[in-house]
Design a binder for this molecule. Structure first.
Ligand code: NCD
Length: 300
């Protein structure tokens, strides 16, 4: 059984094949490729884009979707996630899509299922479908000429699963990450790391801005100190028109964007910002992923 837990579960060839399919699905119209199939989504952390993107992708392929409302499910009555998943598996779904705050949880569920598990984000560990849609968007923008391009990943790298999965995936296709973060959000990394984006701006082709992952921080600072930290952060890391000037750039963000903290209102309207294109591509890429994982795992 093949599962999608991290981008390394797919070879480069498989990813290129997925992208060919995603291109065919890019008008997001309906077909019947997954007629009669059933997809279950299980989101233990909040989500707007990823959950609806998976649901729309499955429905566009003709599959049925059951969204388990975890806050009204038996995990509230003390059932373990493993038991919840084993029970859902007993109802014979064709794929289970799961998001959870615990790193490694989707991986540990593999032995409880007979259908593919697709990781929709586990803590700060991995978010493979986001990284794949980011790579797809970059590839589309540069017409496949992506080897050697420099991408700055800006913000809370230490707590972002989007950063983790992109750092795993993008270098496999020749992209050079440059990490831009304040000291408290940095990670030990083989890649160039700076605190000031201005130092590397001239080298950049792509900026991927990230949200500060407050939900994964231990709050020790006073409210006043937090407000000061926020103001300092905005000054240095918010992507503005003033910062970019006329420089050509592909500006990405996985969402949700914290406006005027991650990216300014003005830059979000700028044609260099492809944040909504990422959302659109996300559906096509997830259609390709669901098709591959469901149809190649016929044992379900
Ligand atoms: C991201 C996530 O949940 O990891 N969002 C997403 O899936 N599009 C990023 C975030 O929450 O900041």
């Amino acid at each position: 059984m093949k599962h999608l837990i991290t981008p390394n579960d797919l070879s480069n060839n498989e990813i290129l094949e997925l992208f060919e399919d995603a291109k065919l699905f890019s008008d997001l119209t309906s077909n019947s490729i997954l007629n009669g199939k059933l997809v279950v989504t299980l989101f233990f952390e909040s989500s707007t884009r990823t959950r609806s993107s998976f649901e729309i992708a499955a429905k566009r392929l003709g599959a049925e979707v059951v969204n388990l409302e975890v806050y009204t499910s038996s995990t509230n009555k003390g059932e373990t996630v493993e038991d919840t998943v084993a029970n859902l598996n007993a109802m014979k779904p064709d794929a289970i899509i799961i998001r959870h705050k615990d790193c490694g949880l989707p991986e540990s569920l593999k032995s409880y299922v007979n259908c593919p598990i697709i990781n929709a984000g586990d803590g700060k560990n991995a978010h493979p479908t986001q990284a794949l849609l980011d790579l797809f968007t970059i590839n589309e923008h540069f017409n496949g000429e992506i080897a050697g391009k420099n991408i700055a990943i800006v913000g809370d790298i230490a707590n972002s699963r989007v950063a983790t999965s992109n750092l795993e995936l993008l270098p496999r296709f020749g992209l050079n990450p440059i990490l831009v973060a304040p000291k408290r959000f940095k990670v030990i990394s083989p890649y160039k790391t700076v605190t000031n984006i201005k130092k590397v701006l001239n080298e950049l082709d792509i900026i991927m801005s990230l949200r500060v992952q407050h939900e994964r921080h231990e709050v020790t600072a006073t409210a006043e100190k937090q407000a000061q930290q926020k103001a300092k952060y905005v000054k240095k890391y918010c992507i503005t028109k003033k910062l970019l000037g006329d420089k050509e750039m592909l500006l990405l963000h996985p969402g949700p964007v914290n406006r005027n903290i991650d990216i300014s209102d003005e830059m979000l309207l700028d044609p260099r910002s492809k944040v909504l294109k990422q959302v659109e591509n996300g559906v096509a890429v997830r259609m390709a992923i669901l098709k591959k994982f469901i149809l190649e795992n016929k044992v379900c």
